[in-house]
Write a new protein. Structure first.
Lengths: 234, 505
């Protein structure tokens, strides 16, 4: 089969493999045809997040995507390409710190029930592959948007019953954060771990409203955060 | 580029060490050849042992006894006692930094059975235990402002007559060699299971770089011949199917649908039993169909996904084809009860280190545990060392960075190291694998020697400075080759069978 890879220019490769993952094809090309082909990989079992890239425009993990004849393989979007399919994840990762996506528990730890644990089980499956930043149309135009995986991470901690004080986290995500999202759901569609950052952002909006925050796009013109019928506009 | 404590590797051990060193008020810098959350730790599925007794009676004494038994008399009892006694506190600490462990009905951390354990002892987060621990450690490091620099490949540990003074690394992105000076250095660089190439569950990055660098710097290695083969890697891809599948009641079956071994024996025994079946022409399968959909989706979601992807089968309705593959290397850099190597200021923790707790065969669920317990110990020891040597840094002098030029010689590349790496993996799986004999080992040794003698005919074809993975993989290959020579020499020297080193002659 033939696949085309976006490098400095488009390169096509013919490989004699079928029903295999994209990562296996990339290895095959690198080991037998072109040792300069550059991509990142690690665990081959979809937990390390190294091999995220795009196949025919759609974000995939190379280790879990089965290649089809004629596929076009490109690096992630909205991120600087270092070489071929390798991108610089440092900026996207820096939003985790900006969003203060971490635990602030001190002293005695609350016990977590089975029900509580389910609240953020899926969110804690995140592998930071960056597919969601690549797919996010808001991040594409606003490079300071905290973005999907870091907001999901904030929700992971905000929803955790061990966290007693979540006010600081909610304060942190008001600017370039939850209200900038258009709820387009692209992040959900591309997530290999079936996480919905969009849904997490909605939950953070609801929590923010409880803390007295309002959608800034409605403040001013529409009577200080309330819509026409007087209900809060989150 | 100076720090008090410099940590190489950002997996579970490295990040735990960083947090505990930082707590002592010293400056800490972490270097990793990947990104922190891509470390091998994320692949650990089964769980982390601690005798909490949340799911039936258990005791620290039983944990110690199980660990010692699995180690076949080769473990250091004091170290094992420290590991097992520290386990409940280690899990409590992980709970406090936000690890999302699975829970019992009465809101305790859930525990399950793994092979060789007398009680359900492995605290887990579905089958994503390592992933969730690693990410929580990473988040904690961000909150504490630990400096982590990504994509730096370790070249050499730099020492002088007073001990360690820093490291040299290849910045993968720029292709430049960089020097990092530090009062103390902690190696947390992982194991070397990828000497078995595709006959390993591990990430392609598990090439033992830190161990080889330590050896070159004069550190001692210990028990290098002892490699754990996990009984259940997927047949085609060597991807791990967690022991918890057997812990929960999964069966091992041969082509005749017969069970042939007690599935919950320690890993070395089960791996040998499977190997024997395969050598007799049988195919071997893991059967978890009877565990039911609800259980499989709750406890083994990752396994189900991987079996579908790589074997085109659904464990709900199909048998899972498996084979034993290299999973964990018991051998590593010899360290004392403070995680210190024989080089002053150089410490090691995690799979690259040998604390003497695994002996000839590691107990499932003890590897995540060692990361946390000995990561802490190494972090605290390295910080104390840095504080005690508060005088000015010993300057790194006379380092000729040109010696890391892409190729040391003018010879044309005639041999393909990728192909040879694959062949070595195959050879080691067959000859230095689950069962060993003098004849096979000698053949492996000769082959390695011959490859070493032709190393000058190999190299990276890609000449780019920027993000040259061909070059990085060649550096890893050279590390693999050194490790192979070491492992096979040790294996030849140990004539008696013991745990994972099983001599048939």
């Amino acid at each position: 089969m033939k696949i085309t890879i976006q490098r400095e220019s488009l390169h096509s490769y013919e490989v004699d493999l079928e029903d295999v993952t994209l990562l296996e094809v990339l290895h095959k090309i690198k080991h037998t045809q072109d040792s300069s082909l550059t991509y990142a990989s690690g665990c081959r079992s979809s937990v390390c997040g190294s091999c995220s890239m795009r196949a025919n425009g759609r974000e995939v993990l190379a280790c879990s995507y089965k290649v089809q004849d004629g596929d076009l393989i490109e690096p992630l979007k909205n991120v600087s390409v270092i070489r071929d399919l390798v991108v610089d994840m440092d900026k996207a990762l820096s939003f985790n710190a900006k969003a203060k996506a971490w635990s602030l528990v001190s002293g005695e730890v609350n016990s977590v029930s089975q029900e509580n644990e389910k609240l953020n089980e899926v969110q804690s499956d995140c592998i930071l592959c960056g597919s969601c930043y690549s797919a996010c149309p808001v991040y594409a135009v606003n490079g300071e948007f905290l973005g999907p995986f870091s907001l999901t991470r904030v929700w992971k901690y905000v929803s955790d019953v061990r966290e007693e004080d979540t006010k600081e986290k909610i304060d942190t995500i008001q600017t370039n954060g939850i209200w900038d999202c258009t709820l387009c759901n692209e992040c959900t569609v591309v997530c290999p771990q079936e996480i919905s950052s969009k849904a997490d952002i909605e939950k953070l909006r609801a929590r923010s409203a409880m803390d007295g925050y309002f959608d800034p796009s409605f403040s001013g013109g529409f009577g200080g955060g309330f819509s026409f019928d007087g209900s809060p506009s989150f | 580029m100076k720090s008090d404590v410099l940590i190489i590797g950002a997996g579970g051990a490295g990040l735990t060490a960083a947090l505990h060193a930082k707590e002592k008020g010293v400056s800490v810098r972490v270097l990793t050849k990947e990104y922190p959350t891509r470390a091998q730790t994320c692949m650990a599925q089964g769980g982390i042992n601690a005798a909490l007794g949340n799911n039936g009676e258990d005791s620290v004494a039983a944990h110690i006894a199980n660990t010692l038994k699995s180690a076949h008399g080769m473990a250091n009892e004091d170290a094992v006692r420290h590991l097992c006694q520290s386990a409940p506190e280690a899990v409590e600490w992980l709970d406090s930094i936000g690890v999302c462990f699975s829970r019992t009905k009465d809101a305790k951390i859930a525990q399950r059975s793994l092979g060789g354990a007398s009680a359900p002892r492995a605290c887990h987060a579905q089958d994503y235990t390592g992933l969730k621990i690693l990410h929580s450690l990473y988040d904690k490091c961000l909150s504490e402002g630990v400096e982590i620099l990504n994509e730096k490949f370790l070249l050499d540990i730099i020492t002088n007559e007073d001990g360690v003074c820093g490291v040299s690394v290849l910045d993968i992105r720029s292709g430049e060699v960089e020097i990092y000076e530090s009062k103390s250095v902690i190696l947390a660089t992982g194991g070397y299971s990828r000497v078995y190439d595709r006959y390993s569950t591990n990430s392609t990055a598990s090439t033992g770089d830190g161990i080889v660098s330590a050896l070159r710097a004069g550190a001692k290695l210990k028990d290098m011949a002892f490699v754990q083969f996990h009984p259940t890697g997927l047949k085609n891809s060597s991807i791990l199917i967690s022991e918890s599948a057997r812990g929960a009641g999964g069966y091992l079956l041969n082509s005749k649908a017969e069970r042939f071994v007690d599935e919950l024996r320690p890993r070395d025994e089960v791996a040998r039993a499977i190997n024997e079946q395969i050598l007799n022409g049988e195919e071997v399968f893991l059967d978890i169909r009877h565990l039911g959909e609800e259980f499989i989706n709750e406890e083994l979601p990752q396994e189900r996904k991987l079996a579908k992807l790589y074997e085109n089968i659904d464990p709900l309705t199909d048998l899972i084809p498996i084979k034993p593959v290299a999973h964990y290397t018991m051998g590593g850099i010899e360290v004392d009860k403070n995680s210190s190597t024989c080089i002053k200021g150089l410490y090691a923790a995690g799979e690259c280190a040998n604390h003497g707790v695994h002996g000839a065969n590691r107990l499932g669920g003890n590897s995540l545990l060692e990361l946390i317990v000995f990561g802490k110990q190494a972090g605290q020891s390295a910080a104390a060392y840095a504080l005690a040597h508060n005088a000015a840094h010993t300057a790194v002098e006379n380092i000729d960075v040109n010696k890391y030029a892409q190729r040391d010689d003018e010879n044309a590349i005639e041999l393909d190291f990728y192909k040879i790496k694959e062949e070595i993996g195959e050879l080691f799986y067959k000859n230095v694998g689950i069962v060993r004999c003098e004849k096979d080992l000698l053949l492996a040794q000769d082959t390695i020697k011959e490859i070493q003698s032709k190393l000058y005919l190999m190299g990276a074809e890609d000449t780019s400075k920027i993000y040259n993975t061909n070059r990085v993989e060649f550096l890893e290959f050279k590390n693999i080759l050194e490790l192979c020579a070491y492992v096979v020499r040790e294996a030849l020297n140990i004539k008696e069978s013991c745990g994972a080193h099983y001599r048939v002659d």
